[in-house]
Design a protein around this ligand. Structure first.
Ligand code: ZN
Ligand code: ZN
Length: 362
């Protein structure tokens, strides 16, 4: 964490800023180790261009934040009966004219409080600056992501045994939640998605009481959060019997596309390169039109973060970026197939973090 603080402070100075005012929980977790659960009371981290971090916390979080943060962190504690204005002003004390804020996360009300505390200061967006630092995962982060991958692999293996005709999507989703905790995850990284039959053709459908029927395609898209770090895996199964000809054909095409995408996720390749590698396999198989979303996304403290693997992303992937590769085909009214793994981008072959077998049989 000390290392990260130095890197962010270097970036703050390079950007011509005097300080950052951060409120997004993943950014706080990244820079000071404290993981507040998001709620209405203000928790904010002030990162001056030099010197120690300053954390604004409500009094009920004082103890938890003191334990989690580096010893030299200045705490600016506020109580419900006084409100956060004074603590925030204290944390923003300094001769600062240029302050970075996360425009996508800081509420207008808190922005106004900050502006009142630093009249005349210029507030500009620092979201991309912090996202850029988080893009490359250090060894500690990769180790956490590896653990999150191992947890979800075990969950997939156990959940597959419950995918039988008659089980409902929401029952299977509940089973996934339970198994994630049993296998060592802190929580699901996102609401588990289990979609069966024609619903598996909806890339963003939600589980309901729909029951699995024999021969259905069943898409399972789940992830575990382990100490803040996320995994995100998708497997597709055929319930109750072996696959038919079309199911096998679609599955082989997606499997080949996914493998091509994983192989293309090397340092220096762009997001567009990875997308093209996967997409061209499906296009050659005649299924290009049925692959209706991007190939993948960054993964870390958030399930969706930088970089995005789509056809217009011409930024090269750095060594140490962690991404998902998840092509799919969706046949409206019939069903869909998606395969998703998490990989660490390296100069050589990528390290695949999720290793559950890729097969149609549950
Ligand atoms: Zn997913
Ligand atoms: Zn994903």
């Amino acid at each position: 964490v000390t290392d990260r603080r130095e890197r962010v402070q270097e970036a703050v100075r390079a950007a011509g800023l005097d300080a950052l005012l951060l409120v997004a929980p993943p950014n706080l977790a990244y820079l000071c180790g404290f993981r507040p659960s998001p709620y209405e009371r203000l928790v904010a981290l002030v990162v001056p261009a030099e010197g120690t971090l300053r954390l604004v916390v409500p009094s009920l979080e004082e103890e938890a934040s003191r334990t989690a943060t580096p010893d030299d962190t200045e705490l600016h504690v506020w109580r419900d009966d006084e409100g956060p204005a004074g603590a925030l002003a204290g944390a923003l004390a300094g001769a600062w004219g240029q302050v970075g804020i996360e425009k996508a996360h800081l509420s207008v009300a808190y922005h106004e409080l900050a502006a009142a505390a630093r009249p005349g200061a210029d507030f500009s967006d620092c979201g991309p600056l912090v996202a850029g630092l988080r893009l490359v995962k250090d060894d500690e982060e990769v180790a956490q992501l590896r653990r999150a991958g191992e947890v979800i692999d075990r969950v997939v293996a156990r959940l597959a045994a419950e995918i039988v005709p008659g089980a409902s999507e929401s029952e299977l989703g509940d089973a996934a939640r339970r198994l994630i905790r049993e296998e060592g995850g802190d929580a699901p990284a996102f609401p588990p998605t289990v979609l069966t039959g024609a619903k598996s053709a909806l890339p963003h459908g939600s589980p309901d009481g729909t029951r699995v029927a024999e021969g259905d395609l069943v898409i399972v898209d789940i992830g575990a959060s382990v100490e803040g770090y996320c995994s995100d895996i998708t497997r597709t199964f055929v319930a109750g019997r072996g696959p038919d000809g079309l199911q096998s054909e679609l599955f082989e095409a997606v499997r080949e596309a996914q493998a091509a995408g994983v192989a293309a996720a090397v340092a220096g390749a762009t997001g567009a390169d990875v997308d093209r590698a996967a997409r061209s396999v499906l296009e050659a198989a005649g299924y290009g039109e049925l692959f209706v979303h991007r190939t993948g996304h960054g993964l870390g403290l958030e399930v969706h973060e930088e970089p995005s693997l789509h056809g217009a992303n011409e930024d090269p992937l750095p060594d140490g970026a962690v991404v998902t590769v998840e092509p799919g085909v969706y046949v409206p009214g019939y069903g869909g197939i998606r395969i998703e793994d998490d990989v660490v981008v390296r100069a050589g072959a990528p390290e695949v973090l999720t290793r559950a077998p890729i097969q149609l049989a549950p």
